[in-house]
Design a binder for this molecule. Structure first.
Ligand SMILES: *[C@@H]1O[C@H](CO)[C@@H](O)[C@H](O)[C@H]1NC(C)=O
Ligand SMILES: *[C@@H]1O[C@H](CO)[C@@H](O)[C@H](O)[C@H]1NC(C)=O
Ligand SMILES: *[C@@H]1O[C@H](CO)[C@@H](O)[C@H](O)[C@H]1NC(C)=O
Length: 243
């Protein structure tokens, strides 16, 4: 019994060897997710970033990213993220639940880092559409952390709004051809987030004028660093949508 448990453990470890990506737009597919570096704003600053797939298990993924960025303190340097390949293509009116769980920690961080840890959820009028494209009508961000005085797009429109069991300050403003609505944690870092995204979708349709005919085109989660250095570890992230 002991020996067979040990050998099962050994084979899991062997198949879960960490893989690191370093290029500006490198990606790798892992379980139900695609992990991407997406160093889209790197030219604004000086530094580097690497992202590591730690493991997948069922619908959960574990990964980490190391970054060090200087200069242009108000410019996002990257959005290293995981994109769900299954939680998408559903009209808001058809969502019955969208459970998500995300626990994370900064294993190391320099003093005064400027960075968020955030969901980036994309809505549009067509069933499918890539994030941040002409197919995008809304970008819904959920900031579980925003350190160093950084701010989302637009201006703050609510304070202490309760959604999904947490308290948020909502920000709103335009970006390119879509509208950005950002829920920023009103009570500091949320390191162990458990929620039903349907609560956010319902709030957006009932209180913020988002049409329930909009489709969830993509759900990403990751981090937007501005300046400093850190090793962010996502111990476990999962999201799914039921209809
Ligand atoms: C990321 O940073 C941590 C903490 O400094 C370190 O242990 C790890 O080896 C780094 N990973 C990569 C891929 O550089
Ligand atoms: C990223 O990896 C490169 C080597 O591929 C290394 O030179 C650089 O220091 C790493 N950056 C961080 C922030 O760990
Ligand atoms: C993070 O969540 C996963 C999945 O629920 C759990 O197995 C793990 O123990 C959690 N890690 C921490 C540090 O709480």
């Amino acid at each position: 019994m002991l020996f067979s448990s040990l050998s099962v453990f050994a084979s899991i470890v062997a198949t879960a060897a960490a893989q690191t990506i370093s290029g500006q737009y490198d990606c790798l597919t892992a379980g139900n997710y695609q992990l991407c570096q997406n160093l889209w704003g790197e030219a604004a600053g000086v530094g580097s970033q690497n992202s590591t797939l730690i493991s997948t298990s069922g619908n959960a993924i574990s990964w980490s990213t190391n970054w060090t960025w200087a200069n242009a303190p108000n410019s996002v340097k990257s959005y290293a993220n995981v994109l769900s390949s299954s939680a998408k293509g559903v009209q808001l009116s058809a969502v019955t639940s969208a459970p998500t769980a995300w626990n994370w920690t900064y294993a190391t961080q320099s003093s005064g880092i400027r960075a968020d840890v955030s969901y980036d959820i994309w809505f549009g009028t067509a069933q499918s559409g890539s994030p941040a494209t002409t197919a995008s009508s809304y970008e819904i961000m959920i900031w579980l952390s925003g350190l160093g005085g950084i701010q989302p797009v637009g201006s703050q429109i609510t304070t202490g709004t309760q959604v999904g069991g947490y308290s948020w300050n909502l920000w709103k403003g335009p970006n390119a051809n879509w509208e950005v609505l950002s829920f920023v944690s009103a009570s500091g870092d949320i390191n162990n987030f458990n929620a039903d995204l349907k609560d956010f979708f319902d709030y957006l349709t009932s209180e913020q004028g988002v049409a329930s005919t909009q489709y969830v085109q993509a759900i990403q989660t990751g981090t937007e660093p501005f300046t400093g250095s850190a090793n962010l570890i996502i111990d476990s992230f999962s999201v799914s949508i039921s209809t």
